[in-house]
Design a protein around this ligand. Structure first.
Ligand SMILES: [Zn+2]
Ligand SMILES: [Zn+2]
Length: 471
């Protein structure tokens, strides 16, 4: 008798428990309805009714199975009803909204029940947060901007104070592997933000090698294509790695994390065929310090920019040529430091005396990669310090394999067409034809003679359309 009473009490408790489970879990999935079965079949009152009215004895094994089956149904149903919609939910939202969506809506969809394989739902949250929610810089964290010496071309690598990285441009093709080893030498294997300012070879030439050699986060390019092999090679490398290109245009925010902010402020509304004007212009603000990266943007683009361009450090547009850095624009920027990425003895006459004078008159200290090698600006959000340790690479002392600084070994790693300071750039001609070439040009298989660029031009040779030597 007592044993019966005890078992009745236990059955009542179990029955009520299953009823509560049904009510609680029904808000997460319809599959919880099956928990009502043991709630009914275990109930002593229901069993007494069954016996009295239908002469039915509800056997123990029926009760046990009725209590086990709902767990199985629920276990099958939950992964399909709760985790499947979540990746869609996360990926369809704008990146800034992802953090709030993972924090607010996921827990309401997924109950804190142990039936759910937690690894899959957590993977959804962490993968989306890792990609879209950059950390906020710690107090005193440093922003380092490396103006990498890539001869006549542009490449700036940013070690952001929140631990992320950014690369703007990658010089000519022969510098790609040198840039990859330079970045790896700093201890990085990933570029979170890769910017191809515009599709000229002195900016994107080395970028396919960069894409293949490092992990890449987001890629930005202006919406302007060209038909060169270099550009098509880059697009192929991006496609082969399963990456996508985002359009770089004014008004885009790349990163906002505490006092660190990165915006694209140009191109605004460029038309026509001048690729330089389409350059993505990037403004990086870290506390009180501001950096402005112009690519090869010219005065047409400068005039269109409505964003605040004031900056401490200006990466001067188009290697210091006359087509950029208009006085009107420079008056708005008022840089303390101007950096010109330019090759020794380049045939373009970059930078021009006029641009240098304008920069001096506005009070900017001028740094040039042809004179200073790779230049590193460090900001702690308040003050900027400049490191020119790589200034060992002087025009008078070409880099050798025995040079010790990192920039020197970087330069040595990059195989550059040999240059001679007195005679300018060396190019190559064949026994036949009217074109001059780079040393590496595939058309030079049969014959190859070194000649100075000036001499080649004087003799009426013109630049090869395949290897694109300096003009
Ligand atoms: Zn350029
Ligand atoms: Zn250009």
């Amino acid at each position: 008798m007592i044993r019966n009473k005890i078992s009745n009490i236990i059955l009542w408790i179990l029955s009520i428990s299953f009823l509560l489970i049904t009510v609680i879990l029904l808000s997460t999935t319809w599959a919880a309805i099956f928990f009502i079965i043991p709630a009914v079949l275990l109930n002593p009152y229901v069993n007494k009714l069954l016996w009295d009215k239908f002469n039915f004895h509800n056997k123990a094994w029926i009760k046990i199975i009725s209590a086990i089956l709902p767990f199985i149904f629920y276990g099958i149903a939950v992964p399909t009803t709760s985790t499947t919609p979540n990746p869609n939910l996360v990926s369809s939202l704008p990146s800034s909204a992802v953090i709030s969506s993972s924090e607010t809506s996921l827990p309401s969809v997924i109950p804190s029940s142990s039936f759910i394989p937690s690894s899959s739902s957590q993977a959804v949250i962490s993968s989306s947060t890792a990609q879209t929610i950059p950390a906020v810089p710690a107090v005193g964290a440093k922003l380092k901007v490396h103006f990498i010496d890539v001869g006549q071309g542009d490449s700036e690598f940013l070690e952001l104070p929140n631990g992320q990285t950014m690369l703007i441009d990658a010089g000519e093709a022969e510098y790609g592997s040198g840039i990859v080893s330079y970045i790896k030498g700093l201890g990085h294997t990933k570029i979170d933000y890769l910017i191809a300012s515009h599709p000229h070879a002195d900016h994107i030439g080395g970028m396919a090698t960069v894409v293949n050699g490092l992990n890449i986060g987001k890629i930005y390019m202006p919406k302007k294509s060209t038909t060169t092999k270099t550009f098509e090679g880059l697009l192929t490398a991006i496609k082969n790695k399963g990456l996508q290109v985002n359009t770089a245009k004014a008004g885009q925010n790349l990163l906002k994390a505490g006092n660190l902010n990165i915006d694209i402020i140009a191109p605004v509304n460029i038309t026509g065929d001048d690729l330089n004007q389409y350059s993505a212009v990037i403004k990086v603000t870290y506390g009180a310090n501001r950096f402005l990266f112009m690519g090869d943007a010219g005065s047409t683009s400068e005039a269109q920019i409505s964003a605040d361009v004031s900056a401490d450090v200006l990466k001067v547009g188009h290697h210091g040529s006359n087509t950029s850095t208009s006085q009107t624009f420079l008056n708005k920027v008022r840089p303390k430091y101007a950096v010109i990425e330019v090759g020794k003895g380049n045939s373009y006459g970059h930078p021009t005396a006029a641009t240098l004078t304008k920069l001096q008159n506005i009070g900017a200290a001028i740094y040039r990669t042809d004179n200073d090698g790779t230049i590193i600006f460090t900001s702690d959000a308040k003050t900027i310090t400049i490191n020119k340790k790589s200034a060992t690479i002087k025009q008078q002392a070409p880099p050798t394999a025995s040079s010790k600084s990192s920039a020197a070994s970087f330069k040595a790693a990059a195989s550059k067409p040999s240059t001679n300071n007195n005679q300018g750039i060396t190019v190559y001609i064949a026994d036949t034809g009217t074109k001059y070439h780079l040393s590496t040009c595939r058309t030079l298989k049969k014959s190859k003679h070194a000649i100075s660029l000036a001499e080649a031009k004087a003799k009426g040779y013109t630049a090869c359309g395949i290897c694109h030597p300096p003009e």
